[in-house]
Ligand binder design. Sequence first.
Ligand code: HXC
Length: 512
Amino acid sequence: MSLKEKFNQLEKKNQQAEQSGGEERIRKQHEAGRLIARERIELLLDAHTFVEMDKFVRHRSINFGMGENKIYGDGVVSGYGKIDGRLVYVYAQDFTVFGGTLSRANADKIVKVMKLALKTGAPIIGLNDSGGARIQEGVESLGGYADIFYLNTKASGVIPQISAILGPCAGGAVYSPALTDFILMTKKNSYMFVTGPDVLKTVTHEEVSKEELGGALTHNQKSGVAHLMADDDENAMMLLRELMSFLPSNNMEDPPLKPCMDDFQREDISLNSLIPDDPNKPYDIKELIIKVVDDQNFFEIMPAHAQNIVIGYARIGGKSVGIVANQPAHLAGVLDINSSMKAARFVRFCDAFNIPIITFEDVPGFMPGLDQEFGGIIKHGAKLLFAYAEATVPKITVITRKAYGGAYDVMSSKHMGGDVNLAYPTAEIAVMGPEGAVNILYRKYNLSDKEKMEKLNEYRKEFASPYKAAELGYIDEIIYPSQTRLKLIQALEMTDNKSEQTPHKKHGNIPL
Ligand code: HXC
C-alpha cells in the first residue's frame, strides 16, 4: 500500500466511525429531540479541544449474528478535552450504535478514561443514553458494569464525577450514575429506574408511565436521585459547564478563583428589613443568598427536592463556596429526613473537594411526626451532624433567626467545629421557641392569659436573642444583615489557610 493509500485508508475509517449508527438512526435520534454523542461532546467542551480515544474499537462478540455486525466505536465515544481551559475526561454513549448498550469492549473504553482521569487528577463526565447491558454479551457486559462501579467508588472523593442522563438508563445501569457526585437529567427524554413499568405491572400490579416512574421531574422532585434538570441536551451541556466552574479538578486542588468585579465592601441596606418582625412569618432565604454572593450568581443544586433546605454553589470575593441554608419559606425551614440527607451529601462533597461551606441558619428544629420517626429521622438527621462534624474545610455560619434545639447544634455550630459563627440581632438561639418552652415550664400552673404573656416576654428577653450565645463565645460576632457580604469575605480570607488534622482511620461509619 502506498503512503497515499494508507492515509486514504485512515480517512475512510475515520469517516466510517463518525457515521455512528448511520443516517437513519441519527435522524430518529434527532426527531426524538436528542443529539448524538459527538454533538453533545462538542457542546460540552471548549471548541476544538476534544481528543477522541479508541475510535476504532469494535466488539468481539460472535453470538446472535454479532460477528457480522461490528461498528467502529462500539456505542460509546470517549476521550478528553477542556472546559474553561481545564482538562476533563468524557464518555458519551452513542444510542445510534447498538442502542448505546454496554459490551465488554465498550466498557473497556469507559474504564480506560476513568483510570486516566484518576491518574491525572481530572474530572470525568459521563453522558448516558443507553439500552443497558448488551444482551448478546451476557455476563461479559455485567462484568463491564461492575468494573465501572468499582472505579466510580475508587474515584469518589478523589476527582469530581458527573453524570448526565440524556436517554434511557435502566436496570443495574443506574448504579454508575448513582455512585457519581451529580446527576443531571433532561426533561422528557431521560429516565432512570431499576425495574421498568412492564415489570412493575406484572409483579406489583402498579400501572405507571416511564415518565412518572423515572423521568427527570420524578427524580429531581420526589426521589432526590437527581441534582439538576435541563430543558434539553444543549441546556444540559451548558449546566454541566457551569457546574464545573465551581469545582476543583481533584481533591488536592482548590476550586478555581474567578476575578471578582463585585465590590467586596458592598452593603445591602434592604437586607436589614428581610427578616420579618414576626418570628413566625416566612421570608425567602434565597433573597439573602443572591444579595450577598458575587454578581447575584447562585447555582442551586436540587432546587425542587426537600425545598426546606437550599443548597448550591456561588462565589464570594471570587472564591467558590458551597451554601447550605434553611428555607423559612418552605415548611418553616424545618429539618426532616429528606432535607437532612440532601444537605449531608452536599456538605460531604464540599469537604472532599476543598470548597468552604457557608451555612445560613433559620431552623425551628427537627420535624415531628410518626412518618418521620418511623422513617428513621434519627439516623438521617445524624447524617447531617456527621457530615458537618467531619468537615475540615472552612465552616462559616450566619444565624439569621431561629436556631432551636438540636438543629442549632447540627447547623455548623461552634461546637461542630464552626470556624466563624455570626448572628444577626434577630437571631433566637434557644432549646425551643417561646410558646413551647412556656407551655412545658408552666404546665402544672394554670396561667392566665396575662401571666402567660408575661412569661413569654420574659423567655423572649432572656433566650430569644443571640446575646446569651455571644456571652459564652458560641457566637463570634453579631452583625447587621446589610454587612453580610463583607463579613463573609473577611471570614473566608481569615480561614483561607485553614488546616485541620483528623485522627488516622480507614474511614468513618456515617449512619447510613
Ligand atoms: C442489545 C439493545 C438493547 C440491549 C436496545 N438494543 N437495548 N441491544 N441489548 N439491552 C438495541 C435494539 O435492538 C435496537 O437495535 C437499538 O438498540 C435501539 O433500540 P430500540 O428498541 O429500537 O429503541 P427505542 O424504541 O428507543 O427503545 C429503547 C429502549 C429499548 C427502551 C432502551 O430498546 C429497551 O427496552 N431495551 C432493553 C432495555 C433493557 O432491558 N436493558 C437491560 C437493562 S438491565 P437496532 O439494530 O434495531 O437499531 C441492565 C443490567 C445492568 O442493563 C447490570 C448492571 C449490574
